[in-house]
Write a protein that binds this ligand. Structure first.
Ligand SMILES: *[C@@H]1O[C@H](CO)[C@@H](O)[C@H](O)[C@H]1NC(C)=O
Length: 259
């Protein structure tokens, strides 16, 4: 009898431990990438680096820090479309090589201010129901906005899984003043950033960088940085609605992406 009770208690404790672990980092669900026809992952050679989104058939938006100060050298940079898990085989028609890339002139690696880059592809993707572009929204989401994040980043503390399958989660906008109170010890939240956090500390994590954050099906930013993952602190995103991010993106699109 006692033995049984103890066994049950141990089991319950183990279960609780496992659950809190699972919620600790990210806490999303696996979702088929076909639900996101514009979503791509970035590779340096074969190595997965970041997420990104097709904002035109030949242009991908991502975070500046994803290019690792190597923006001049993108010959070995590739984007993979419609890949559920990072180790899934995909047809050549879903892969494109980068031609050149441009990072925001305001980008500061020290605090990840203006963490935004656009990659021009050597060949455009043939758009269809399967691979397609996503609209960019240059408006601020409303104060109570629920947004969707997607990515192939870490889901636990064991590090990146090179076979990670796409995860998605819903997060809510965190007010700028509140986020600043929580994050300013690390670095202040600039006007080129906004913050979001999900229920049960759902959050983006390492490897999700550059992936889009969506409001009403449009991209309003990209994953930029955070203090740990699932710490209960908000995740920080590059804010497309700031005047400098909007100017940078719009002028890049006009001069490079309308083909
Ligand atoms: C892909 O990676 C996952 C997890 O890392 C693994 O379980 C699976 O067997 C791998 N698949 C292939 C085709 O290598």
């Amino acid at each position: 009898m006692w033995l049984k009770l103890i066994t049950w208690l141990t089991l319950l404790q183990l279960l609780a431990g496992a659950l809190s672990q699972e919620l600790k980092i990210f806490g999303g669900i696996t979702e088929p990438v076909r639900n996101y026809p514009f979503l791509v992952n970035l590779r340096r050679g074969p190595t997965f680096k970041c997420g990104g989104a097709l904002i035109a058939p030949s242009c991908v938006v991502t975070a500046a820090h994803c290019l690792e100060n190597d923006v001049q050298n993108v010959d070995n940079l590739y984007v993979n479309a419609q890949q559920d898990c990072l180790n899934d085989t995909i047809p050549d028609s879903n892969v494109r090589q980068a031609w050149y890339a441009c990072i925001s002139p305001q980008y500061k690696p020290i605090n990840l201010d203006a963490d935004l880059a656009v990659i021009k592809l050597r060949q455009p993707f043939y758009t269809s129901d399967i691979i397609n572009t996503v609209a960019v929204d240059f408006n601020d989401p409303p104060e109570d906005a629920r947004m969707r994040i997607v990515g192939w980043g870490m889901t636990n503390e064991e590090g990146l899984d090179w076979g990670q399958c796409l995860q998605s989660a819903d997060v809510s906008l965190v007010r700028r003043d509140q986020c600043n109170r929580q994050m300013s010890l690390i670095t202040p939240i600039t006007k080129n950033m906004f913050c979001a956090l999900g229920e049960n500390k759902i959050d983006a994590c390492q490897g999700d960088s550059g992936s889009p954050i969506l409001y009403g099906g449009r991209v309003v930013g990209v994953v930029s940085w955070g203090k740990d993952c699932g710490s209960g602190l908000p995740g920080v995103y590059t804010r497309f609605s700031s005047s400098s991010m909007m100017w940078f993106l719009q002028s890049f699109i006009e001069t490079n992406c309308l083909d």
